[in-house]
Ligand binder design. Structure first.
Ligand code: CA
Length: 355
């Protein structure tokens, strides 16, 4: 395996792992049957409910700030991984210059069963929610505490840059709104948030597994994105880079963000259309940490039931792409990763909770 660190915001994966599509048409039929049978039943029973606020919330005025709407994700089966060949993907995104081996870790496509319903944040964790965590605990993120800072947008150059000490979750270099997703938080910071929320509410909050994330993101779809195969259909569904302004593929530090660009920076969560499970911004806005260690060949050995990822590793998986990501990275099956202490101007998370 060859791992190439472009920067801590974006890594690329090289080396072919040898990919083959498992199951094929038979499993697509089985999967479709499972969704067809289970989804209406579950939606009927639970209606993808957004958990109500407590009837008698504590007097603490911050409770309303931190309350995180959750969506019930039903159990079911799906085929995880690339839905088309790596050769087809390379041809589909020619400006990226990627060769088929770039997509190797998305294969083999394999059957996964999510055996239990779980709750998943309807939105990415917001700036306001993360602020409350830091106010109540005094927590300092790794970007603040290790002396190296985070990533940010330099208004004078129009470029994202990092690490620099002035950048953190409360200063990503762009105008910050409470309802934007928090960024510049490491995997470890995300876990600390979950631990705080668990203690605060007496429930077990955690990050979703990679399999849970893709299952929830696809919501029964088998297309490149949960709304279509076509990147041109993304703007109403996912905050990503504006291809009309940035047609040429580039990495984060190469992109010039113009002050008058209305599509720059993350938007407030929930402004775009949800997927079939009622989840917003799974594609785009910010990359989302998931629980798993990254394993380039893990799909060859993944168990069917509730995969948890490799037992150990050095990199954690992130999914979905961010506000300055190109469509190739927003695909439902695309996998990316960073060290657990990485932080970036387009990297956040959403919480999961067991029932
Ligand atoms: Ca996202």
């Amino acid at each position: 395996m060859r791992l190439t660190a472009v920067n801590e915001a974006t890594y690329t994966l090289g080396d072919s792992a040898g990919f083959s599509i498992f199951f094929g048409a038979l499993m697509r039929h089985l999967r479709g049957l499972t969704i067809a049978l289970c989804l209406p039943l579950f939606l009927g029973l639970f209606g993808c409910i957004h958990l109500a606020q407590p009837e008698n919330p504590p007097a603490n005025r911050n409770v309303d700030v931190v309350a995180i709407p959750l969506v019930m994700v039903p159990p079911g089966e799906f085929l995880m991984g690339g839905t088309e060949t790596a050769e087809a993907l390379a041809l589909a995104y020619p400006s990226s210059g990627k060769t088929p081996d770039y997509f190797a870790d998305e294969y083999p496509r394999h059957r996964v069963r999510i055996t239990k319903a779980f709750l998943l944040g309807k939105f990415e964790v917001t700036v306001a929610q993360f602020r409350q965590f830091t106010v109540e605990t005094g927590y300092k993120t790794e970007a603040e505490s290790d002396g190296t800072g985070g990533w940010g947008c330099n208004a004078s150059t129009g470029r994202c840059e990092g690490r620099q000490v002035q950048y953190s979750w409360h200063n990503p270099g762009y105008p910050l709104l409470d309802a934007q997703p928090v960024v510049n938080v490491s995997y470890n910071d995300a876990l600390a948030f979950c631990q705080w929320l668990s203690k605060k509410e007496g429930k077990h909050y955690r990050l979703p597994t990679e399999a849970e994330w893709e299952y929830a993101n696809r919501a029964g779809t088998q297309t490149r994105y949960a709304n279509s195969d076509d990147p041109a259909q993304l703007p109403s569904f996912a905050r990503a880079i504006d291809l009309s302004r940035h047609g040429e593929f580039g990495h984060i530090q190469e992109i010039i963000i113009k002050p008058d660009d209305p599509t720059a920076f993350p938007i407030a969560v929930g402004r775009l259309a949800p997927n079939a499970f009622g989840l917003h911004d799974m594609h785009g806005n910010v990359w989302e940490w998931v629980a798993d260690w990254y394993g380039a060949t893990y799909y060859s050995e993944s168990p069917v039931d509730d995969p948890q990822g490799p037992r150990s590793g050095e990199l954690r998986v992130r999914r979905g792409g961010g506000w300055n990501s190109f469509p190739i990275w927003l695909r439902s099956s695309f996998r990316n990763w960073n060290t657990p202490s990485s932080r970036c101007v387009n990297l956040g998370f959403r919480v999961a909770r067991d029932l």
